[in-house]
Ligand binder design. Structure first.
Ligand SMILES: Cc1cc2nc3c(=O)[nH]c(=O)nc-3n(C[C@H](O)[C@H](O)[C@H](O)COP(=O)(O)OP(=O)(O)OC[C@H]3O[C@@H](n4cnc5c(N)ncnc54)[C@H](O)[C@@H]3O)c2cc1C
Length: 391
């Protein structure tokens, strides 16, 4: 896997790109938002448009066909995309990140087959970990039996984003009879593989229009050459070099969405007059806006700090990535709640843009691990550091 991109950006070019993305989000992004909410579906033209504009290959290395933007600077763009509809943000975030998961253990041949197409946009990968009967992602029950050069995959997955519209699933299973982290495998399973029942999970609270799949495999044949990494160490592909930057990226998506909520709250507070005075002139309301502003900046600073430490290869980046996600998602919960409150009752109706933002925000609490899991990781690292210092 290539090292994080550290080539400095051309600042003038980058500023122009940021302006371009901000304008796209404010114009086309708003039009897509209305269409997705009305139709309850994400038209395939949206992905095509994002691809044509080069927005799905921002963070990939130039030698892979990407635009080679360093991770911490790419986050400045993701922040802008996150001010748009969650489904648009999801396409950008997943396309710019999931290739890392496949790439880190890919052989040169697998890189050509799986990673480069994912970056080009003609090989969309769905990260396929969570199961209906297994705890918070990692406690895998999906099993494979190996017969010669083929694994036969049986079991169920659910909540899989782009699980229907993808080209292949990056799926985590275990060798039959194994338990725990040992015996796991990471497989690239073709979307049109036989013996798979792929069903849409129906409408969710937020992130409307994005397809989420429930998948049932019944001795689905998967070539052994589609395995990433070593047999028995599949979870390293899921949790290795990929998850740290991905958690930090989700932290930034929280920042971007919180900024959108704050923007809407500020506008409403300026316009809405009660008892002869704009809400913005009431200290009770102004203080909520002030708290939100400070909350957003604090979370943003931690996200950028974690991203820069990851780029530098600092071992502390692992804990920092969980901290950044935890702090940013809690911030988003507070900010969207206050932003909705500032709107009064009308904010609860879908005629108010804050209603959609509030719903979309809730999904972030599950993405890349819940708060409980982030706290488990942070506490583990804190106690390990304490034990090392005492030794
Ligand atoms: C919009 C959306 C998109 C998603 N997309 C994907 C995707 O593309 N691919 C994918 O693989 N998954 C996806 N997921 C699933 C998501 O990653 C999981 O929902 C999340 O990791 C929690 O796992 P779970 O649902 O199995 O919860 P459970 O494991 O059932 O946990 C329930 C609750 O108990 C807590 N809990 C569980 N175990 C422990 C423990 N040991 N200690 C303390 N607390 C614990 C959890 O934090 C949670 O609050 C998506 C989810 C959503 C909402």
């Amino acid at each position: 896997m290539p090292q994080p991109i550290t080539t400095p950006v051309d600042e003038a070019e980058f500023a122009a790109l940021k302006d371009e993305v901000a304008a796209y989000v404010a114009n086309e992004g708003e039009a897509w938002t209305r269409r997705i909410e009305d139709e309850r579906a994400v038209p395939s033209e949206l992905r095509d448009e994002l691809q044509e504009r080069g927005y799905l290959a921002l963070a990939a290395p130039v030698e892979y066909g990407g635009r080679g933007i360093p991770f911490s600077r790419y986050l400045e763009l993701l922040e802008l995309f996150s001010m748009s509809h969650a489904s648009l943000r999801m396409i950008v975030h997943v396309a710019n990140g999931v290739w890392r998961s496949a790439d880190q253990f890919a052989t040169p041949e697998q890189r050509e087959r799986f990673v480069i197409p994912a970056i080009r946009g003609d090989g969309v990968i769905a990260f396929t970990l969570t199961e209906p009967t297994a705890g918070t992602g990692a406690d895998i029950r999906c099993e494979v039996e190996r017969e010669g050069d083929t694994y036969y995959l049986s079991g169920e997955k659910h909540l899989i984003t782009f699980g229907l519209s993808c080209h292949r699933w990056l799926l985590f299973a275990r060798l039959k009879g194994t338990t725990g982290n040992d015996g796991t495998v990471a497989l690239m399973v073709d979307r049109d593989a036989p013996n798979v029942d792929a069903v849409d999970m129906g409408e969710s609270l937020g992130v409307r229009g994005t397809d989420h799949a429930r998948l049932v495999f019944d001795r689905t044949p998967v070539p052994v050459e589609n395995r990433l990494g070593e047999e028995g160490r599949g979870l390293e592909v899921a949790f290795g070099g990929f998850l740290q930057p991905s958690r930090i990226a989700v932290g930034m998506t929280c920042v971007g969405l919180a900024k959108k909520a704050q923007e809407l709250a500020v506008q409403h507070a300026q316009q809405r007059v009660t008892f002869g005075k704009p809400l913005a002139g009431r200290q009770a309301i102004a203080f909520q806006i002030a708290e939100n502003a400070a909350d957003i900046e604090a979370a943003r600073a931690l996200v950028i700090h974690a991203a820069q430490r990851w780029e530098q290869g600092d071992p502390a980046a692992s804990t920092l990535s969980s901290m950044a996600k935890l702090i940013a998602v809690d911030m988003l919960t507070r900010v969207t709640d206050k932003a909705l409150q500032v709107h009064g009752g009308i904010g609860y109706w879908n005629s108010s843009p804050i209603e959609r933002v509030y719903r979309d925000a809730r999904a972030q609490r599950f993405e890349e691990g819940t708060n409980e899991i982030q706290k488990t990781i942070i506490a583990r690292d804190v106690f390990a550091a304490a034990a090392a210092a005492q030794a």
